[in-house]
Design a protein around this ligand. Structure first.
Ligand code: SF4
Length: 460
């Protein structure tokens, strides 16, 4: 066994094969997962021209208004005790009318159900239908009560189904638009989409719709006319790509724009689909130029150990990117990965790197003590534990600059190198065992005292 854990969790920590996954978190375990509502918001929050109405207590709206560190405007029906007992249907009707009157230029209303609305068994669908007829615009229920699934991943699926049923392909039928693509599972974190778009433009391609980093009701309606669907995040895009292939006959390619080789391979695959043989030389040249730009940062990273723990399907591609930076991936895990995600990660990492599923804080701490990574990469929930342990931490999805594409690779190299080499970690116990940490602390006190003596003041 990798570390000591509860017997029911043993299969989720896998040294060489695929971990158990897609199971409910054990009661009592403080997992790093989010609820179904949050998963649906992750998928849909960025749709600009829709009103987003959370049908539930106000806390659910507060919880789900911030997605990928960005605040989005949401409305709430603010259900209270009275509605939980007598029903909240009237309040929902009123809230839909009020939200649309405040934003009359909205193209649709998305009504997200929460645990409270799910428990009282409200017929949200019927209310949405009536409201749509009265207001003359789509009012779409997103059935995502928090308790309704295993993790936020199920919320992604509910949201994807809502997009397919109510928005995608609602525009006029027509032939496929030349040189056009959709990107599925791309959320434009810190400008990632712009980086990808610039590369696609070099191939002469236009993006009709990026789901949902640049999705609007209008461009979703035209999305069925793309020649190709590019799936960037498998967990949020693969299902949609398969259904769009069945329904509209659009082929798809799963690619990644994280990492140098992955970006080059993605562009080559897309160029091959659009029959652009001349692109190969340009892609190779760009990749080589990027390698040179990243070079100054690689010295600090060479041989350093990195542990990854975040969402789901980026595990494999990010592991590949860190390896290209010369780092050793010592551990890789996700909060809610599915079988496909872990299979892809295992393929990329080989059998020597442990894969962990739905790890909780105590397990993560023990892993980090045991593996002593020089850098941790994870979501905001893991950040504070890492800092307390004195381990440099990189947030992913990132908070600073784009990591996608060739430029993104250089940003990743620069930011990882800055973190690993930051002097502040010399003053921390850097994840050492307590005795070693105490020795480090004594060393730090001597360092401060020496500085005071030499400068006549604190060296800090
Ligand atoms: S778990 Fe339920 S109550 Fe909690 S935020 Fe999610 S939908 Fe709301």
């Amino acid at each position: 066994m990798l570390i000591e854990t509860m017997p029911e969790r043993a299969g989720h920590l896998e040294p060489a094969n695929l971990p158990a996954c897609e199971r409910r978190t054990l009661p009592g375990v403080i997992s790093q997962r989010a609820c179904l509502l949050y998963g649906a918001r992750w998928m849909l929050a960025a749709i600009r021209d829709a009103v987003h109405l959370i049908h539930g207590p106000v806390g659910c709206a507060y919880y789900s208004q911030t997605v990928r560190q960005k605040n989005y405007k949401v409305f709430s029906t603010g259900l209270g005790e009275k509605e939980i007992i007598f029903g909240g249907g009237e309040k929902l009707e009123e809230a839909i009318r009020e939200a649309v009157s405040l934003y009359p230029r909205s193209s649709a209303v998305l009504v997200y159900t929460t645990c409270a609305a799910g428990l009282i068994g409200e017929d949200v669908e019927a209310i949405c239908k009536q409201a749509a007829a009265a207001l003359g615009l789509p009012v779409v229920p997103v059935n995502c009560p928090g308790f309704g699934g295993v993790s936020q991943g199920d919320g992604h699926d509910v949201a994807a189904a809502a997009l397919l049923e109510h928005f995608i392909g609602r525009g006029s039928a027509g032939t496929p638009l030349e040189n056009s693509v959709n990107i599925l599972g791309e959320f434009d974190v810190q400008g990632d989409l712009k980086e990808i778009e610039q590369l696609l433009q070099r191939l002469g391609l236009n993006i009709i719709c990026a789901v949902s980093g640049r999705a609007t009701v209008k461009n979703l309606a035209r999305a069925h006319r793309a020649r190709l669907n590019i799936v960037h995040c498998g967990r949020t895009g693969r299902w949609l790509a398969r259904r769009m292939e069945e329904r509209f006959g659009i082929p798809w390619r799963k690619v990644s724009f994280f990492g140098l080789d992955a970006t080059a391979a993605a562009l080559q695959a897309i160029a091959a689909f659009f029959n652009r043989p001349e692109a190969a030389a340009w892609v190779e040249k760009e990749a080589e130029a990027t390698r040179q730009r990243a070079l100054p940062y690689l010295g600090r990273l060479a041989g350093k150990r990195v542990a990854l723990f975040f969402g789901a399907s980026r595990m494999g591609s990010m592991a590949g990117a860190f390896r290209e930076l010369g780092m050793e991936v010592v551990l890789c895990g996700s909060q809610f990965g599915c079988q496909e995600d872990y299979t892809e990660s295992r393929r990329c990492l080989g059998r020597g790197t442990p894969l962990i599923d739905d790890a909780h804080q105590r397990e993560l701490e023990e892993f980090w003590h045991r593996y002593r990574p020089d850098l941790l990469v994870g979501g905001t929930r893991e950040r504070f534990v890492a800092h307390k342990m004195g381990i440099p931490f990189l947030v992913f999805p990132q908070e600073t600059s784009p990591y996608a594409g060739f430029n993104g690779f250089v940003h990743l190299a620069r930011e990882a190198a800055a973190l690993v080499g930051a002097p502040v970690w010399r003053l921390s116990n850097n994840g050492l065992l307590r005795e070693e940490g105490e020795e480090k602390m004594a060393e730090y006190v001597r360092y401060v005292e020496r500085g005071k003596k030499e400068n006549g003041r604190s060296s800090l």
